[in-house]
Design a protein around this ligand. Structure first.
Ligand SMILES: Cc1cc2nc3c(=O)[nH]c(=O)nc-3n(C[C@H](O)[C@H](O)[C@H](O)COP(=O)(O)O)c2cc1C
Length: 196
């Protein structure tokens, strides 16, 4: 049985692992990205097929090929995405290998969260990006057709404060930014999501 201290360690890690979209300009090494993918490698996989593959990027030229094809924070209508001085330092692109499976179920979600938790433990942060211009990204990186582009993880050393709050009586779940640039993320209360 886990002791209480361990329970709180995982809660702290998950609480601190927010979606960060603005970053300090600090380099991330290729070795670090490999360590993060190694966490995903150990994660559960439906039928243990392990159909996920990964593209790693941490050099500025390759990063520049990826960034234009990502959409950021859809609820922040006045914010087009990170400024040049706030861009991610690295990316992990999660691919599904259609030679292994035609559907990828939850595998890429589990992989993404495993990687982001590992990043948090390393003092990094990131954001899962599902809103991707997939065809242009495929072309830019010459990704072969047997790989489905599932998710892009943007990674870096966060340069913003993100805070969790409880969804209010209006039920609005949209995240928002205050006048000091603090990013607020409403989460539904526990009693609202346990239904039986
Ligand atoms: C499958 C998935 C796709 C997402 N796609 C995007 C995206 O395209 N762009 C973006 O800025 N954030 C994206 N996000 C991040 C969510 O907006 C974020 O998880 C949500 O606002 C809650 O914030 P939190 O992660 O800090 O709890 C995505 C998250 C998930 C799980």
């Amino acid at each position: 049985m886990p002791c209480l201290e361990e329970t709180e360690m995982i809660k702290d890690l998950i609480t601190n692992s927010r979606s960060y979209r603005r970053f300090q300009q600090v380099a991330i090494e290729h070795r670090t990205l490999r360590e993060l993918v190694d966490l995903a490698r150990l994660a559960p996989s439906a039928a243990n097929l392990q159909p996920l593959k990964y593209i790693l990027s941490c050099d500025p030229q390759k990063n520049d090929l990826i960034f234009p094809h990502l959409a950021w924070a859809g609820y922040l209508k006045d914010w087009p995405g990170p400024d040049p001085g706030q861009k991610p330092s690295a990316y992990i692109i999660i691919l599904g290998d259609t030679r292994i499976s035609q559907s990828f179920g939850c595998d890429h979600g589990i992989a993404a969260q495993s990687i982001l938790l590992g990043a948090t433990e390393k003092g990094l942060g990131g954001c899962i990006i599902g809103s991707i211009q997939r065809q242009p990204l495929r072309k830019a990186l010459s990704i072969p057709p047997h790989y489905e582009i599932l998710l892009v993880l943007a990674l870096g050393k966060p340069a913003e404060k993100v805070t969790i709050e409880t969804v209010g009586p209006t039920g609005d779940i949209k995240y928002w930014r205050d006048s000091e640039g603090i990013h607020h993320v409403p989460k539904r209360p526990l009693d609202n999501i346990i239904v039986g």
